[in-house]
Design a protein around this ligand. Sequence first.
Ligand code: CP3
Length: 342
Amino acid sequence: MDGRTADSALITTYRGTRGPVTPVWFMRQAGRSLPEYRALRVGNQMLDACLDPELSSEITLQPVRRHGVDSAIFFSDIVIPLKLAGVDVDIVPGRGPVLGKPIRTAADVAALPHLPAGALSAVSAGVARTVEQLGKTPLIGFAGAPFTLAAYLVEGGPSKEHLSARTLMHADPETWHALLNWAADVTGAFLRAQVLAGASAAQLFDSWVGSLSLADYTSHVAAYSKRALDAVADLDVPKVHFGVGSGEVLPAMQAIGADVMGVDWRIPLAEANRRLGGTVPLQGNIDPAMLAAPWPVLEAHVLDVLESGQAAPAHVLNLGHGVPPDTDPDQLTRIVDLVHSR
Ligand code: CP3
């Protein structure tokens, strides 16, 4: 908001202007693919690491130093604001977020705690420390979308098809409404805290949106995602919206007020652009499976993605979902060098 990163490749591209080079960063670029991350994480719990401003800042900077990506994304997790509100949630290695007790009834929802004043101070401190060191390189702040958070809260942990959550939205729409409003406010506050502390863009992750029909998305989900994104509506930062398996719902996801759409690997960028009516910059969409392929195979795929991205008003290169933990980090560095050399 102070203009420090306004001329960066990422921010100008998010604002719709194509520059001489395509900016590139990777979802989940900070994490287990990096030996320097694994070294820092010895002896601490994931959520504790996220809430240690020195550690979260250092981990955020690692992929910027190593790969020369055009942006950092704050090292945290979508469940951090739930934890800070007082929800009994933990991250189980190799599994993901797990709740002490699933949230399923009207009484469970009514008992959900609100974020106490000052609860996000460790997040703000971590972001402030990070942007100070990043200088002109932008930091992306992020948050989980209410549906993806609800999928964890209602199921009590990771699930494939989010059946209990999707049952609840129809079986008890009032409880669903209260739960998603709660999630939107908590996650919106998390996003806002990051932007106020210096993040230059805001990305909403609706990772599990692909399990929804378009009808369910528009009638039971979109309004709450809008409420979450509206938490930063008065702040002058580009807003990115990303989902996995989002082909059917892309235009509806954009319509809640996104400036940039993240696209997963299932549809070419040119097709995503067609579905969106050519209206917004796109971000994506290297197939994460290709990261383990020999370089010539991956290189050809990256060039294909760049070519397809030419159809959109502007393009930020990324993956179609997060970096798999067993990825050889040199593959990521090679992608950055390739994209920057063109
Ligand atoms: O570099 C970055 O992208 C920033 C860090 C980041 C993490 N989580 C760190 C993390 C971000 C943006 C997230 C968001 C997140 N967390 C999402 C949305 C993005 C997506 O990938 O769809 C989701 C669905 C979660 C929930 C979650 N947290 C999962 C599914 C897992 C993986 C569980 C596992 O161990 O396989 C986590 C844990 C997590 N979040 C790790 C990291 C680096 C791994 C924990 C570890 O290192 O032990």
